[in-house]
Structure formats: C-alpha cells, structure tokens
Design a protein around this ligand. Structure first.
Ligand code: UDP
Length: 411
C-alpha cells in the first residue's frame, strides 16, 4: 500500500459564495465534531479516472478543515490490474469468467496489502471499488468501521463475480452506492446513496475566458473558428468511443466543418487503455478533423478544462456509467452535454433542458447537429446545467455526506 501525497490543505472558506450557506455551515459543524476521527481512504490508483480525481481534491479539503484524512493506494503488479479490470467489467455486466488462478492473484494481492497497513491506526476505512475490497476479510475489522464505496454501475452485474464479492461485502459496516439501482441483491449492511462531486476550485474546473480556452485548444492544431465536439474519457469500451466517432460522422454530413476531439487519459489501473486507443485511432481513419489526444500529448487538467469549456458540445456516450464526472465538469463550464441514457448520467442531465440523453448513435448525431446549429439554445442549456451542478454536485456536498455517514456509523 502506498500513501498518496496530495496538494496541501485547502480551506473551506474558499467555497464561500460558491456553495449554499446552509451546506457550508453544516459541513463546518460536522468537521468540528469529527475532527478526532481517523479516516483512511483506500483505492487502486492516484492517477486517472474519477475516483483518483475525487480523492485528489477531497483529502486536502478535509485536512484543511482539521479532519484526519489519509489516502492510500494498492501497490501491485500489472497482473493484478489485468484481473481487476476484468472484475470491473464483469461487475458492470460483461459476460466473462474469472479463472481460479485469477481469483488467486486477486486474493493474494489483497492479503499482501495487509502487511502494509495497520488497522489500529484508523477509526474508519473507506475502501473504494472492487480492487481492494477483500482487504477487510484478510485483515479483520480490528475495531475499525469499514465502508465499501462502489463507484461503478452494478445494476446488472455478472452474478458469478458479484457472488464472490458478496461473500465478504457483508463484513462491511456500510456500503455506499451512487444510485439505489446499483445495490447488490443480498447485501445486509447499512446502505447509503451518495453521488460523487467535482471540485469547482480545481485547475480542471476553474473559470477560463473564451480566449484562454481557445488558445489552449489551438495548441492541439484544432481550428478554433470551426465547431468542435469533444468526449473526455478513459479509452474504455463502456465509454463507447467508436460510437462517438460514428455519431460525429453522421453529423459531419450536415456540418462539413465539424471537428471531433477524443480526449483520454491512460489511468494507472487500466491496462485496456492503450489497446482501445490504438483501435480508436484506426477507426478514425484518415479524417483530419478527428483528434485523438491523451495525457501523453501534454494534455493535463488545464487543457481538459479548455476542451470542456471551448467545445460547442461535450458528449459522454457511455453504455454503462457509474456516474461520469465529465458530465458535471462540462456543465459547470456552461457547455451542454449529450449523454448516454445510462447509469449516473440521467441524474446529471435534464433531457432537453441542460443537454440531451440519447439511446443510440443516430440520436447522438441528431443532437450534435441541433446544438451546433442552435447556439443560443445551447448556451441557455449550459447555463442551467451549471446551476444544477452548483446545487448538487460540488465537493463540499460530498464531504458533508461522508461526514454524516461517519457520524451515523460511529453512533
Ligand atoms: N480525465 C482527464 N483526462 C482525460 C480523460 C479523463 O483528466 O484525458 C478525467 C475527467 O476529467 C474526469 C475523470 O478523469 O475527472 C473521469 O471520471 P469519470 O467519472 O467521468 O469516469 P471514470 O474514468 O471514473 O470511469
């Protein structure tokens, strides 16, 4: 297990005026009450994907409020992440089988983590997602409270894989899911439904002027005088990158100057990324208006911000999606979003009001055309979307919900 270093402490006062006063007061009061509780978050990676994104911001905010929050990541060989990506896919419903040998790799890595963590050092553990989930049965609860935080869309899991987890998930004191539809059948512990959130103060989400955003996007040879559609996502089949290209190709028949940016980072715990990236590049063919970009092209948080702010439309055409932080990130920048009508996306997009929910490539193409050709309507949708995010999906609300949970389970 590795301790993760984050940005220094961040004070809650910086959020004054950004979030509602009642939320501000509640989170401050809870933090005061729980300042002596020692909390440890454990997940698979400190870089790439939504969980790392959240913890990178949540830990400094919690510490800035005087809370004792630590963050550790699993330390493991590549073979472990190959297995856990399969497990992740299976829990999202993929029809696949985990062999005995693969379960052994999974379990022995969880046992291995135990040597690197002292359960007596903490009062509450938040274990994120399937990768470190078995730690609790390897280490024993040791008087601490254990919370399993599931970020993925487990509405229709591959039952054989879900059954493996159910054997020890019931050791947890509580479990958090993003939506009630994701709760595994047969769970006995306390269930909490908590939606993830974005940090409005992060470099990725801070306000950029149109000119700043355009300059950054232009750095990737994009023509800023022509319309741009972007999807920001790991290169993962559940994010349907090929479907986005198909939708773009249909829309391009109507709007010949249309450009598409596929922006994707390579997460440390996602071995599929490079493969899908190569496939996507091939699929895009020799269309000079498609840009497939990654963090290896010096595309970091500020550039992601610029793409989300500058694009005429952000697409998140997932076919499974636990939540999809990218949706709230784009809406926060007043950019309308076309999202797959799955998982946590409909909780963020009001169909026809702040973007569109689509069920197939053709619908996606049609809505791209509409938003590119109706700029005033698109702008209005984006503005409404930002207000929704302010109300429901900003970081202090997430911290408040976790503190409420801690208060409840510690009695
Ligand atoms: N992200 C990024 N660069 C990229 C692609 C994604 O920084 O090239 C970030 C994105 O902005 C978001 C996170 O990775 O904050 C992805 O979270 P999300 O919940 O959308 O999906 P996940 O990867 O967890 O399935």
């Amino acid at each position: 297990m590795n301790a993760v270093k984050t940005q220094k402490k961040v004070g809650i006062d910086l959020y004054k005026g950004v979030i509602d006063d009642s939320l501000f007061d509640e989170v401050v009061a809870l933090a005061k009450k729980l300042k002596d509780v020692r909390v440890c978050h454990v997940n698979a990676t400190s870089y790439g994907g939504g969980v790392a994104e959240i913890l990178q911001k949540e830990i400094p905010l919690a510490r800035g409020m005087g809370l004792h929050f630590d963050w550790k990541t699993v330390s493991a060989k590549d073979e472990f992440f190959d297995v856990t990506k399969k497990i992740h896919n299976g829990l999202q419903g993929a029809d696949l089988k985990i062999s005995e040998k693969e379960w052994d790799i999974y379990q022995s890595c969880n046992i291995d983590q135990v040597r690197r963590i002292n359960p007596n050092d903490y009062d509450v553990f938040f274990i994120h997602d399937p990768q470190p989930a078995e730690i609790v049965s390897c280490i024993g609860k040791n008087g601490a409270k254990w919370v399993w935080r599931c970020h993925i869309d487990t509405a229709e899991p591959n039952q054989a894989i879900a059954d493996y987890f159910l054997k020890f998930l019931n050791m947890y004191d509580a479990a958090i899911f993003t939506m009630k539809e994701y709760v595994f059948k047969g769970m006995e512990e306390d269930i909490f439904i908590i939606e993830p959130a974005i940090d409005p103060l992060a470099i990725k989400n801070r306000h950029l002027s149109h000119r700043e955003a355009a300059n950054l996007v232009r750095g990737f040879h994009i023509d800023v005088t022509k319309p741009l559609v972007t999807q920001v996502s790991r290169f993962d089949p559940w994010k349907d990158p090929m479907g986005v290209v198909d939708a773009y190709k249909i829309a391009k028949k109507e709007i010949p100057e249309l450009q598409l940016a596929m922006v994707g980072s390579m997460a440390d715990d996602d071995p599929e990324g490079m493969e899908i990236y190569e496939e996507l590049k091939e699929y895009a063919g020799d269309d000079k208006d498609i840009y497939v970009l990654t963090n290896h092209d010096a595309l970091h948080d500020i550039e992601v911000n610029a793409f989300q702010a500058f694009s005429d439309v952000i697409v998140q055409k997932s076919i499974r999606e636990g939540f999809g932080l990218t949706v709230s990130e784009a809406l926060w920048k007043e950019t309308p979003v076309i999202g797959g009508n799955v998982g946590g996306i409909p909780t963020q997009i009001r169909d026809g009001e702040t973007g569109f929910l689509v069920n197939n490539v053709e619908e996606c193409a049609e809505k791209i055309e509409y938003l590119v050709q109706n700029k005033d309507a698109a702008k209005q949708m984006g503005r409404k979307g930002k207000e929704d995010v302010r109300e429901k999906f900003l970081l202090p609300r997430l911290l408040r919900d976790e503190l409420r949970l801690i208060e409840k389970i510690l009695g």
